[in-house]
Design a protein around this ligand. Structure first.
Ligand SMILES: Cc1cc2nc3c(=O)[nH]c(=O)nc-3n(C[C@H](O)[C@H](O)[C@H](O)COP(=O)(O)OP(=O)(O)OC[C@H]3O[C@@H](n4cnc5c(N)ncnc54)[C@H](O)[C@@H]3O)c2cc1C
Length: 437
């Protein structure tokens, strides 16, 4: 606590080993690092107090939502203060009339949807982890429904943000259309806590689908499955997901390359069914009943957790390349060839509808860590050569910083640095993330 005592007059703080440990790692394989203290603000004013004090004292501050990131994004790698927003979990307003919700940053998206249940409206981004809306905005998270609804950035109307020196700004507003000035809201979306701390958000609500049909189809090869996915365009698909045969086999399912889809217009499931057979499917199952839909999707829903639980002694590297959707087959066949060539174990999970594919690679020894990192570097190079990106949804965090310049060019990265030093001149906010050294 030494050196941080003054903070205790404004905000609850803790240096207990458990609290520090609980804010030292996310789900990525990046090395954990404990913060010196954890601060638990309960209001915008308290966040502002912590930041202005830390800014004056040049102490790192790393915001923390639920810690479910996959790229080291919330790990406080330079120590200092972890700003845990867990005491800011209030839904401040639900307005169906204005189709929006106003939330404190640590409202979990699942809780928001629980509160909206029965209204016919929902927050339309869903990720596998129990993430907070602040963390989803900060990472611009996407997930399986992005093929229909887009990533988080499409669902943010306005923000309240505390800047590094403690000033508070409001960006955007409540109207669905906004064309008034620079889009500061989107500057903070995807900024991973490096430009300011989101203390409140106005998020868009979307009508819930009136109809949902699940379809799961097995194919003899990845090429068949992904070709089929490419033929589903034009249908009202809520998700088009993919697991490769290695992943399915590992999960104890039929070892087949498999598509997991959801359709929101009656008749589109039947049409997709026909297109699956035409594309060479060996089995197709469909369901509209809620319990049956969950059962059909069970393998997809438990995939990540199962691979983490089965590799308790290992760390997992998860790649996150995303390519233009027409290049997905090329990308996936490259990844599979590279796994074979490098003799690596890796499981492929794709958001096939929008060209985003993850390879989950367990590693234990230093040699294995190096091997999976080299694989990841090759995947990024291939993705960029196909017009894609190093990160489709997990963000830059620690692991993708080295690719920022390669993806955006020196001039654009230089401009990013200027924005960072304008908003955070001392460099206290989540240092060591997003921008390369
Ligand atoms: C099983 C599982 C499945 C997942 N599936 C997906 C998926 O399908 N798609 C996907 O995109 N992601 C997925 N994720 C990753 C993760 O859930 C998302 O990245 C999510 O956005 C992280 O939210 P969080 O609340 O845990 O934020 P954290 O991990 O705590 O923080 C995320 C980043 O935001 C910053 N931050 C947090 N709160 C604030 C704030 N209020 N203001 C400013 N900065 C802040 C942190 O410093 C950090 O840089 C998955 C994770 C798990 C565990």
């Amino acid at each position: 606590m030494k050196g941080f005592e003054q903070l205790a007059q404004w905000v609850s703080i803790s240096d207990s080993p458990t609290d520090r440990e609980n804010h030292s790692a996310d789900i990525s394989g990046h090395s954990p690092r404990k913060p010196d203290i954890v601060a638990y603000p309960e209001s915008t004013a308290q966040i502002a107090r912590v930041l202005s004090w830390a800014n004056a004292a040049n102490i790192p501050v790393t915001p923390w939502g639920a810690g479910t990131s996959a790229e080291g994004n919330p790990i406080p790698i330079r120590g200092g203060i972890c700003l845990s927003l867990e005491r800011m979990q209030r839904i401040l307003e639900l307005s169906i009339e204005d189709r929006l919700a106003v939330v404190q940053p640590n409202v979990k998206y699942r809780e928001l949807n629980r509160q909206l249940s029965g209204t016919g409206w929902h927050f339309a981004v869903a990720v596998g982890g129990d993430a907070t809306i602040g963390g989803m905005i900060a990472n611009n998270a996407a997930g399986p429904k992005a093929v229909k609804y887009g990533a988080t950035k499409a669902h943010v109307l306005g923000l309240e943000v505390v800047l590094a020196d403690g000033r508070v700004i409001r960006t955007g507003g409540r109207s669905a259309k906004q064309s008034c000035g620079y889009n500061l809201t989107q500057l903070f979306v995807g900024s991973e806590g490096t430009l300011g701390v989101i203390s409140e958000a106005i998020v868009r609500l979307t009508p819930e689908p009136a109809f949902e049909e699940a379809l799961v189809a097995q194919f003899p090869t990845v090429a068949h499955a992904l070709h089929c996915a490419s033929t589903l365009g034009g249908l009202d698909a809520g998700s088009i997901e993919f697991l490769d045969r290695a992943y399915m086999g590992f999960l104890g399912e039929d070892s087949a390359d498999t598509l997991f889809c959801e359709f929101h217009t009656a008749g589109d499931g039947a049409e997709a069914d026909r297109r699956c057979w035409a594309a060479g499917a060996t089995a197709v199952r469909r369901a509209t009943d809620s319990a049956e839909r969950t059962r059909l999707w069970a393998a997809r829903l438990r995939a990540y957790t199962a691979s983490a639980e089965a590799n308790l002694n290992a760390r997992l590297l998860t790649t996150d390349t995303a390519v233009p959707v027409g290049k997905l087959q090329q990308m996936v066949s490259f990844l599979q060839d590279e796994l074979l060539r490098r003799r690596l174990t890796g499981y492929l999970l794709g958001h096939a509808g929008d060209g985003n594919v993850h390879v989950i690679l367990p590693w234990i020894s230093e040699a294995q860590r190096q091997a999976v990192n080299e694989f990841s570097a090759a995947a990024v190079e291939k993705s960029l050569s196909l017009g894609g990106t190093a990160s489709g949804e997990h963000g830059v965090g620690i692991g993708k910083r080295k690719y920022l310049q390669r993806e955006h060019g020196a001039t654009a990265v230089g401009l990013m640095r200027e924005i960072k030093s304008l908003l955070d001149p001392v460099g206290i906010l989540n240092p060591g993330k997003l921008l390369p050294d």
